[in-house]
Design a protein around this ligand. Structure first.
Ligand code: ZN
Ligand code: ZN
Length: 142
């Protein structure tokens, strides 16, 4: 239902994952929802991971992304691709405008063979500032 409202975010995500140079593949986009509100909300993000990277976007995230809902205050685990819970590093993304709440979505590349969904290849997580609407890439996962 936010599909048209955040079409800039969807376009940005598709560009980030180079959808136009992988035209045979599928690139579904989805928003991350607060699991309590059950809809897309502005989130305060915490990214926990173990690689040496210290700036966004994280190129090959192995870790967890948590989002604290700006409306109900509950935290949802948006993404987790490791069993490891004692990840050492963390980043709390802030927009250049100073705001730290973002509408968050992700776009996947799924190898398509004549329209039949195949292997998951790559994912990008993108975030749009709830105040100034600036968009940044948070991370890629493989
Ligand atoms: Zn909520
Ligand atoms: Zn901003």
């Amino acid at each position: 239902m936010n599909m048209t409202r955040h079409s800039d975010l969807i376009r940005y995500a598709r560009d980030s994952i180079e959808a136009s140079t992988h035209q045979n593949d599928m690139h579904p986009f989805s928003f991350y929802n607060c699991e309590v509100c059950n809809k897309s909300r502005p989130f305060e993000l915490v990214i926990r991971y173990d690689t040496e990277e210290s700036i966004l976007p994280i190129q090959s995230l192995v870790g967890h992304i948590q989002g604290r809902c700006g409306v109900c205050g509950k935290t949802t685990l948006l993404l987790s691709n490791t069993e490891d819970d004692d990840t050492e590093r963390s980043i709390r993304p802030t927009c250049a405008c100073g705001n730290n709440q973002f509408v968050v979505g992700m776009c996947e590349r799924i190898q398509g063979e004549k329209g039949i969904p195949g292997l998951f290849e790559k994912r990008v997580i993108v975030a749009k500032c709830s105040k100034c609407k600036n968009i940044q890439t948070i991370a890629y996962t493989e």
